[in-house]
Design a binder for this molecule. Structure first.
Ligand code: ATP
Length: 544
């Protein structure tokens, strides 16, 4: 249908899934409109040129051979080069050219990862066919199946062909694949488990889905949800651009930051958890958040806890891998990352150091600069997509360097400052890392005094000694105290270990105050919720 509406007889399918290729061929031989074609050819760099024969049982691809009498001198030369079958793409294209203009011909080119235009003339052939009236009137169609069209065709050629990016898999397809594999393995699967599997495998292509199911079956004798999630994250990690991380902790494991927790609970969590009702009230669902503040103040921790609180997958966009040393690849990497993230959504997509994408006034002097710019605008476009399912959480330590395009309204719904924790919060954070408060995921540290006494000690003695420490530094302090207790051969951590650990830090209060001033200025610029700013400021003991 697409072909008819756009009228290019050359169609590119972008996919990496061998199952999709099979589906395409199956479609060609079964579609009432296409199966009547006079010739169906398939070219694969490994198998050479083949001809599709349709039988009662299905279809088969037979190597294409020519009888000597019919060959032209040119084709004979090709034969000399190739033996009996056609393996060189240049010879194949010449051969197909004979058919495609004279009879209704379907030609599928598959598994072409890269090619040298000077040797094959592929782009020249596709361009010629795309605009040749003879090809169109005969109803011939050329399908090029490839993982990445930009590696095969230049921009000019891409304009003349129709590119269709094939989705990895739809929920319905996954459901039927999982059902079929379970049937084959004679595994009972109830409807509830089936739905869980369909959700957990979003973003996988059908080939990957089948491999994962089989691997889980052969190692666990079952479709085990946890194993399947793990196998999926390994697969996704191989893409190089995304990582799925299991949420490690909820809000209970974050010390202090009550104002931020309340803000996020009210505007983000409650709305996401009751999305249907929010829609009825026409309340916008949050799509993007920017967390900014000094290093180690818990921005990543909050993003992770948010995923855990709303029960969504946490996906990390691996920014450093998006920028490739190969010119032209960064754009494709970004495209893949976005496509994959969308397929796995709804999810929290975490983008650390978002300032890498767009720095204010970045020069665009050379082609590498242009490439950076392209990735930036792809990202911006994604950020601005209203029906995006991915909830993007970006972090930065340098909000003042961010390109204005990021901070404009409509890009991020909420921009939340993370400052150094206040007195209460510091005591809370140390308590979390000692394992005496929190969700219980951290094992409790042996202490030589009762818990209420520790809590009181943290509040009265430790908090005043750790002014302007970041959450990460407080965590490090607890680790140092444990090491001190261990080194002196003690059975438990005591007050002296904590006091001594605190004294090993060299933190310059004047410097930190400047840092806080700077972030506060940014907070005033970005955040217009005065109640939130006031609550946060009073919590960290600062006047705004
Ligand atoms: P960066 O800007 O350097 O990426 P960040 O603000 O994202 O830093 P995190 O990576 O979230 O900081 O924090 C580092 C570690 O510090 C966390 O893994 C956590 O253990 C600890 N931490 C920070 N803040 C808190 C907190 N409020 N409660 C408990 N632990 C905290």
């Amino acid at each position: 249908m697409k072909r008819r509406s756009n009228y290019s007889p050359v169609i590119v399918f972008e996919t990496t899934d061998p199952k999709r290729l099979y589906q395409l061929k199956d479609f060609i031989v079964h579609d009432p409109d296409l199966r009547g074609a006079d010739n169906i050819f398939v070219y694969d760099p490994w198998d050479g040129l083949g001809r599709v024969a349709i039988g009662t049982q299905g279809f088969a691809v037979e190597p294409y051979r020519k009888t000597l009498g019919q060959t032209s001198p040119l084709q004979q030369r090709a034969r000399l080069e190739d033996g009996v079958s056609f393996t060189s793409l240049r010879a194949v294209l010449k051969e197909i050219d004979q058919f495609i203009k004279r009879a209704r011909t379907i030609f599928v080119i598959q598994n072409l990862a890269e090619h040298r235009e000077s040797e094959t003339g592929l782009q020249a052939a596709l361009r010629a066919w795309a605009i040749d009236p003879a090809v169109v009137t005969k109803g011939s169609t050329v399908f090029l199946v490839t993982a990445d069209v930009t590696r095969i065709l230049d921009e000019y050629t891409r304009e003349l062909v129709l590119t269709i990016s094939v989705d990895p898999s739809s929920a319905r397809e996954r459901e039927s694949t999982i059902g079929a594999v379970a049937d084959e393995l004679q595994l009972p699967l109830d409807a509830n488990r089936l739905q869980q599997l369909v959700m957990a495998t979003a973003g996988l292509n059908l080939h990957q889905l089948e491999s994962i199911l089989l691997e889980s079956y052969f190692t666990q004798h079952n479709f085990q949800l946890e194993a399947i999630k793990r196998l999926k994250s390994e697969l996704v990690k191989r893409s190089g651009v995304l990582e799925i991380k299991e949420p490690q902790s909820g809000f209970a494991d974050i010390g202090g930051y009550q104002a931020v927790k309340d803000f996020i609970r009210k505007y983000v969590i409650n709305v996401l958890q009751d999305a249907e009702r929010a829609r009825r009230f026409a309340l916008p669902l949050p799509k993007g958040m920017l967390f900014f503040g000094p290093p180690g103040t818990g921005k990543s921790l909050f993003a992770n806890a948010l995923a855990s609180e709303v029960g969504l997958p946490f996906i990390n966009l691996v920014t450093e891998n998006i920028y490739s040393k190969w010119l032209g690849e960064s754009g494709q990497n970004m495209k893949n990352a976005i496509r994959l993230a969308e397929k796995m959504s709804p999810a929290i997509v975490f983008v650390d150091e978002i300032d890498r994408f767009g720095k204010r006034g970045q020069a665009v002097a050379d082609s590498a600069g242009e490439e950076t710019r392209r990735v930036f605008s792809q990202f911006l476009e994604w950020l601005g997509t209203p029906d995006r399912e991915a909830i993007i959480v970006g972090t930065t330590n340098v909000p003042e360097h961010l390109d204005e395009a990021f901070t404009r309204t409509g890009r991020f719904d909420y921009k939340i400052p993370f400052l150094y924790p206040g007195d209460e919060a510091r005591a809370d954070i140390m308590a979390v890392h000692l394992g005496i408060t929190g969700s219980g995921r951290k094992s409790p540290t042996p202490l030589d005094m009762p818990v209420p006494e520790v809590l009181e000690f943290l509040r009265s003695e430790m908090a005043p000694r750790t002014v302007h420490f970041s959450g990460a530094e407080l965590e490090e302090l607890v680790t140092r105290a444990k090491r001190l207790a261990f080194d002196r051969g003690a059975a438990a951590v005591g007050k002296s270990d904590l006091l001594q650990a605190a004294s090993t830090f060299r933190i310059n209060p004047a410097e930190r105050r400047l840092v806080i001033e700077n972030y506060l200025a940014q907070a005033r610029r970005f955040t217009d919720d005065q109640t939130f700013l006031d609550a946060m400021a009073s919590e960290v003991g600062i006047k705004i």
